[in-house]
Unconditional design. Structure first.
Length: 313
């Protein structure tokens, strides 16, 4: 049956397959994971915002990452924990489209932010004398504005192309809504959407990957050539942390999106990797950056101590 996209129809998300005994433990785990994500990312945001010592290009770019992580977590976890406790996997079409937009917005935003952070580290390590001139406040604002503008334009176009169709199916093949699973509800010709989706994967996945490869090759070359062991160790530690975060997001996202285009791909693997994209980066980002970047860790500890001392007054 064809249904107008504007109609408030109910779609069915893929079942979680939970037994009666595991419903409440899973609900508790999901709720605590979401609260942990929000607390840790808010802690990083507040630590950067209140400390003037962290008002540097590196940390201002990092400031955008927790925002993106919280958008992704909020798009996924509240709906998930609600459906666990109610055992209701129904979701309205408008809510499903909104969730898809926010989840793609989060993934694209993270890749672009991590690319900008890699560029910042490249300038800081390979061109230290020109760093202040290149990463001046005006250029920094331009970079951040460009990140969110590209993100909104690319994902907004993706969703607008989807909304032109009527849907004729009601079952979402994933545990959450995304563009590929919503396109599978359409019985019309979606070749334009498929071409745009593939071009988006190539540009949004491939562009950051090329930036990371180039910047890290140059950073590694500079680190090998430098005669300062402490500077070399600090640079490799910071960049190694950044690379781990990037690869987790890049590999899982790419496999998840590409697997939708192959009927032989395991749906269980696709769903597991799809969920991992929404769980691991928001959980790991504040932990990894908070523990590995000394300046940030010190300011987080100082902020927490200040909060504890205020509660005792």
């Amino acid at each position: 049956m064809d249904t107008n996209a504007s109609d408030t129809v109910l779609l069915t998300l893929e079942t979680l397959g939970l037994s009666d005994a595991s419903i409440y433990p899973t609900f508790l785990l999901g709720a605590l994971t979401y609260l942990f994500i929000m607390f840790c990312n808010m802690l990083v945001l507040v630590a950067i915002a209140v400390s003037k010592k962290l008002h540097k290009p590196m940390f201002i770019l990092l400031f955008n990452l927790p925002i993106s992580d919280m958008v992704g977590a909020t798009a996924f976890f509240p709906q998930l924990v609600y459906s666990i406790v109610t055992q209701n996997r129904m979701i309205s079409y408008p809510a499903c489209v909104t969730q898809a937009f926010l989840i793609h917005f989060y993934g694209t935003g993270n890749l672009l932010i991590l690319s900008a952070m890699a560029y910042d580290r490249y300038i800081a390590i390979c061109c230290p004398l020109r760093y202040n001139a290149i990463m001046n406040p005006h250029n920094l604002i331009r970079i951040i504005t460009l990140i969110w503008l590209i993100n909104f334009s690319v994902i907004g176009t993706l969703i607008l192309l989807l909304l032109q169709f009527k849907i004729c199916r009601m079952n979402i093949v994933d545990l959450y809504c995304n563009n590929p699973s919503l396109l599978k509800l359409v019985c019309e010709d979606t070749r334009v959407n498929n071409f745009y989706g593939m071009a988006t994967i190539v540009v949004i996945q491939g562009g950051p990957l090329l930036i990371i490869i180039y910047t890290y090759a140059q950073i590694l070359r500079t680190c090998v050539m430098t005669n300062q062991p402490d500077a070399r160790r600090k640079a490799i530690q910071t960049c190694g942390t950044h690379l781990v975060v990037f690869l987790i997001l890049q590999i899982n996202t790419m496999i998840t999106l590409i697997s939708h285009r192959f009927a032989s791909a395991s749906p269980y693997m696709r769903r597991a990797l799809g969920v991992s994209v929404l769980v691991f980066p928001p959980v790991l980002d504040p932990i990894i950056y908070g523990l590995k970047i000394t300046e940030l860790k010190q300011n987080i500890i100082m902020f927490l101590k200040r909060c504890v001392s205020l509660t005792k007054m």
